[in-house]
Design a protein around this ligand. Structure first.
Ligand code: SDX
Length: 426
């Protein structure tokens, strides 16, 4: 880290603040000494705040670069599989063939959930939103893994991480099966991670589910594209929850809750609903006009990003996958035509160029998931499934850093100055 400094002049004071440099990306101004000098920084929404030091994922918003442990998302989506990406996010190295085989076997053998978990679902309405059920059941997993858990033991942290990565597909599939009134399907150890998920989602007792390799590959790629993304809202939620020493299952449940919002992981569900509301290409201009109208809260779901200001590299890969899956399944989905035309019009409109709005990771994923037969209300659960490895990797990294402190932001207080209280009877 470079040893240069920033000088903050406040009144007659000059406060020296160290500037720290990482491997790549923005330098940061270390403002930790400001409190002692009587000041806080103020940055609602964290537009320019680095909350931590991390070596897991690097994003360059201007250049559309996304690296996981230094490897580009394009290469990983093309040449790796999700289990390899999980291994490297957790272990900061790519596995050799033996490590891969052992790790894949470890994950496979943790896919079963305690049979008591089935009972949690009985309390939900049949039409409960799957994200509500996922939030509840992931948090409930803390009741099965708490007493013997020492989060300061890296081996036990990794064991929690493996369990969460392994069990999320099972829980997500259970949410779907509960919604449609079909029996839960147990994990099958002879299948790959993505194949096993598809089998738990779509097989029924009366007949075996035939896995289409292209579909399993597309699902595995969707998992890779959603695996991690630096300090996004849900990952920051997991870090803040974990900073108090909370149970990792409870922390991941908090991440699921944060991801649910339509501004974040809920955008894939909202995007497909928007495409269905648009319906036909000729109605696109009406929605473009609404997106530009300051008085209309409508936003183009699946467009825009806090960090990417030119393009989201994941959307580029997702778009290619979208075409491959629809061709493989011989589906001519009019929504894809609407999506492609919406993208073309938006990207040629000066307003969107000026606001730096373009398709993000959520824009095309919904079309692939719909083509596979996954209902719209399940899309964010798929995102949560895939992002679990990112959440647990950041949780594990945070707790492995020396001097880790509880996250405790301050505020700009604009309430009443102290005033005397008058008893209610007076
Ligand atoms: C994810 O952080 C991550 O990394 C997230 C994620 C991950 O992998 O974890 O990448 C996943 O959450 C992707 C984003 C999914 N969300 C959506 O697609 C929902 C639609 N997008 C927006 O809500 C918005 O673009 C955000 C939330 C993604 C980003 O919002 P910012 O950075 O806070 O930007 P902003 O809301 O301040 O918008 C800047 C301007 C505004 O106009 P002005 O007030 O300056 O006039 O752009 C406009 C906004 O009105 N704008 C949009 C728009 N997004 C922003 N206008 C129309 N449609 C949109 N989608």
């Amino acid at each position: 880290m470079a040893d240069n400094k920033a000088i903050l002049k406040v009144g007659d004071k000059e406060i020296e603040l160290p500037i720290l440099s990482g491997t790549a990306g923005h330098d940061v101004i270390d403002i930790r000494s400001l409190g002692a000098n009587g000041y806080f920084t103020y940055d609602p929404g964290f537009m320019a705040t680095g909350s931590c030091e991390s070596s897991i994922t690097y994003i360059d918003g201007a250049k559309g670069i996304l690296l996981h442990r230094g490897y580009s998302i394009e290469e990983l989506a093309r040449d790796a599989d999700y289990i390899e990406v999980v291994y490297m996010l957790l272990h900061d190295k790519t596995p050799n063939t033996e490590e891969y085989r052992d790790f894949k076997d470890t994950i496979t053998r943790h896919t079963l959930v305690h049979d008591q978990v089935n009972n949690f679902f009985r309390g939900f309405r049949r039409d409960a939103h799957p994200m509500a059920m996922l939030c509840g059941t992931v948090g409930a997993m803390a009741s099965f893994y708490h007493d013997d858990l020492n989060i300061h033991d890296p081996e036990q942290r990794l064991r929690s991480a493996y369990r969460l990565v392994a069990k999320m597909p099972t829980l997500v599939a259970m949410c779907y099966k509960y919604n449609i009134g079909q029996p839960f399907v147990y994990p099958t150890n002879k299948l790959s991670y993505a194949e096993n998920f598809l089998n738990m989602m779509f097989s029924v007792p009366a007949e075996d589910y035939k896995i289409t390799p292209a579909v399993a590959k597309a699902v595995d790629r969707i998992f890779i594209l959603h695996a991690d993304h630096e300090q996004n809202a849900s990952t920051s939620t997991v870090r803040l929850a974990g900073s108090s020493g909370a149970n990792p299952y409870a922390c991941i449940a908090a991440g699921v809750a944060s991801l649910w919002g339509p501004a974040h992981g809920g955008a894939n569900e909202a995007c497909l609903n928007m495409l269905e509301e648009i319906g036909t290409v000729d109605r696109i201009p009406e929605f473009i006009a609404r997106a530009k109208d300051k008085d209309d809260p409508f936003r183009l779901m699946g467009f825009g990003h806090r960090v990417y200001k030119n393009f989201d590299p994941r959307a580029t890969v997702m778009r290619e996958s979208c075409h491959e899956v629809l061709a493989e399944l011989n589906i001519d989905d009019p929504l894809l035509n609407v999506a492609m035309e919406l993208e073309r019009i938006a990207l040629s409109d000066p307003y969107f160029a000026e606001k730096k709005l373009f398709p993000n990771v959520d824009f095309y994923s919904g079309i692939i998931l719909k083509a596979i037969g996954i209902p719209t209300n399940m899309f964010t659960c798929i995102f949560a499934l895939a992002r679990t490895v990112g959440w647990v990797s950041h949780w594990h990294e945070m707790l492995s850093q020396p001097g880790q402190k509880i996250g405790r932001p301050r505020q700009l207080y604009t309430g009443e100055a102290q005033r005397p209280y008058t008893k209610i009877e007076k």
